[in-house]
Design a protein around this ligand. Structure first.
Ligand code: OFO
Length: 169
């Protein structure tokens, strides 16, 4: 059984994962609006991944006989100046999520809830991957400085991204 402090914190993280999906959906809509359909595809896959993260928290809270309480999801930003600023914001967001997961690990240690700690290990590893994939695209965009040929090639590359099934926790 989850204690009240962890139940509250895990529900907050569930909300953050849903916000992540919302933010990337908003970025996808921005890319659609400027006809960068490969970038939009990349964001769409990211949305699916974030929804899978949210589902993991939902299932875990229920599995521990906790109570899932859904709160309002914050309105995300809707426009960006360029693909680079969108990806820089995505990176900042992933760093924020990494900090949030790390805080949860600290809380689960303080509360001596080792089942939650083990559950969170998947997310600790996942955040390394999340930051790395966003950094890779951000660095390419910085190198290209919006050169049209480079943008065309990167858009084509990001259009190939496919959803990979999340590993079991
Ligand atoms: Fe992007 O990792 Fe969840 O939020």
């Amino acid at each position: 059984m989850l204690n009240q402090r962890l139940e509250k914190e895990l529900n907050k993280q569930l909300n953050k994962e849903l916000f992540s999906a919302y933010l990337y959906m908003s970025m996808g809509a921005y890319f659609q609006s400027v006809d960068l359909l490969g970038f939009a595809n990349w964001m769409n896959i990211q949305v699916q991944e974030e929804l899978a993260h949210a589902q993991k928290f939902y299932d875990f809270i229920n599995g521990r006989n906790g109570r899932v309480v859904l709160e309002a999801i914050e309105k995300p930003q809707t426009d960006w100046d360029s693909a680079l600023t969108a990806f820089q914001d995505a990176l900042k967001h992933e760093q924020f999520i990494t900090g949030s997961i790390n805080d949860l690990v600290t809380i689960s240690t303080e509360e001596k809830d080792y089942a939650t700690q083990i559950f969170l290990q998947w997310f600790v590893t996942e955040q390394v991957e999340e930051e790395s994939s966003v950094t890779e695209v951000t660095n390419k965009l910085k190198l290209m400085k919006d050169a049209p040929g480079g943008m065309f090639m990167l858009d084509r590359e990001l259009g190939l991204r496919q959803l990979t099934a999340p590993s079991a926790n």
